[in-house]
Design a protein around this ligand. Structure first.
Ligand SMILES: *[C@@H]1O[C@H](CO)[C@@H](O)[C@H](O)[C@H]1NC(C)=O
Length: 358
């Protein structure tokens, strides 16, 4: 039996403990394998599989020679296969919408187009639609180009976010709240840790997001979460665990996206309703680009759909904002921010949450 017992994170090193428990007629052996994550050490996942195999073979050849029969050794190898396969399939995870995503709802309203080069979501009175990533990630840098619902999009919400599951889930949100023709979309952002959100920041954009495709990015690594628009950072949520603020770093997340109706709150707080005579409403996605640590049964492995030989492949894992980035965030917040939970004294009369002060 092979089981992934636990994973833990210390000092930015991710370890998976895999326990192999063998039971023969008269003896049982408990073998613990400590796998340093490829993610942090930048060992390519393929290499780590090979290492694992070699290590195992050596152990069997020398260490367990007197204990294990040939049959048992073969069993060990066979039982390790799922692990190795799980690690290998990361290689093919980058590419187009067919490879990276699956449509989850909407009864045909979500469509992968142009051989997987783009995807469209639509919404009508009967239903919206949505998709999610096939894989789970533990840290990611994702870029997606979106062209939002044009014209009168009041009442509609287009979402694009990372989320784990369960009552104590983590979540990193982009939501685009539609508006009447000519009135600005609202870009809504939020960060949930351990099931708790309440960290909303909202922006207007410096362009019309329905005319052309624009790039919306989330960088999520152990130090920071950075939201960017067309490469310009608009918000950073730093890891302040040392000051007692939770940070998402133990639960793998998936990408989710949807187009749905939220006329009760989306536009001017629900005052402007959806005009169904304009339906169907359509938003389009293209050029998904990701540098990710894919989470599998064997732990976390990092890959990139940029050139694998690029030496800067994994620099995103330690990226945080430099002074130039901080200046850009200040620019966006000064000119385009329309709501900031940090300055909402009605909501936090006893003072803003700690991360706002740091
Ligand atoms: C819609 O337009 C109004 C008026 O310009 C603006 O106050 C609001 O923030 C815009 N966005 C939404 C989602 O209501």
């Amino acid at each position: 039996m092979i089981s992934l017992l636990t994973t833990f994170n210390s000092n930015h090193f991710i370890h998976s403990i895999v326990v192999i428990y063998l039971r023969d007629n008269h003896q049982s052996i408990l073998y613990i394998y400590l796998q340093n994550s490829a993610c942090i050490h930048q060992i390519h996942h393929l290499a780590s599989s090979v290492l694992l195999l070699t290590y195992l073979s050596l152990s069997i050849a020398f260490g367990w020679n007197s204990i294990l029969s040939i049959k048992m050794r073969a069993k060990v190898l066979i039982r390790f296969l799922p692990l190795i396969v799980a690690t290998l399939f990361v290689v093919t995870s980058a590419g187009n919408f067919y490879q990276d995503f699956e449509i989850t709802w909407g009864d045909g309203r979500a469509k992968i187009l142009e051989n997987g080069q783009s995807l469209s979501l639509s919404l009508d009175k009967a239903s919206g639609s949505g998709f999610r990533s096939k894989y789970e990630y533990l840290f990611a840098k994702i870029d997606m180009q979106l062209k939002l619902v044009p014209g009168n999009s009041a009442g509609t919400v287009t979402t694009y976010y990372l989320s784990s599951l369960g009552p104590t889930h983590d979540e990193i949100d982009f939501e685009f709240l539609g508006n009447l023709s000519g009135d600005p979309y609202t870009l809504h952002t939020n960060v949930f840790t351990q099931g708790k959100g309440n960290r909303e920041q909202q922006f207007h954009l410096w362009f019309d997001p329905t005319k052309d495709f624009h790039t919306y990015s989330i960088l999520w690594n152990p130090q920071s979460i950075i939201f960017s628009v067309d490469g310009s950072p608009i918000r950073e949520f730093k890891n302040l665990e040392t000051k007692g603020v939770n940070f998402p770093k133990n639960q793998p997340m998936r990408i989710y996206s949807s187009l749905w109706d939220a006329e009760n709150w989306a536009t001017r707080g629900g005052l402007v309703k959806t005009d169904w005579s304009q339906a169907p409403f359509t938003a389009t996605y293209r050029n998904f680009n990701a540098q990710v640590c894919v989470w599998t049964s064997s732990g976390s492995s990092c890959s990139s759909n940029k050139s694998p030989s690029s030496s800067s492949t994994q620099s995103w894992l330690s990226e945080s904002l430099d002074s130039n980035g901080i200046a850009k965030v200040h620019w966006a917040q000064k000119n385009y921010m329309i709501y900031n939970y940090c300055t909402d004294t009605k909501r936090f009369p006893q003072g803003p949450p700690f991360e706002c002060l740091a």
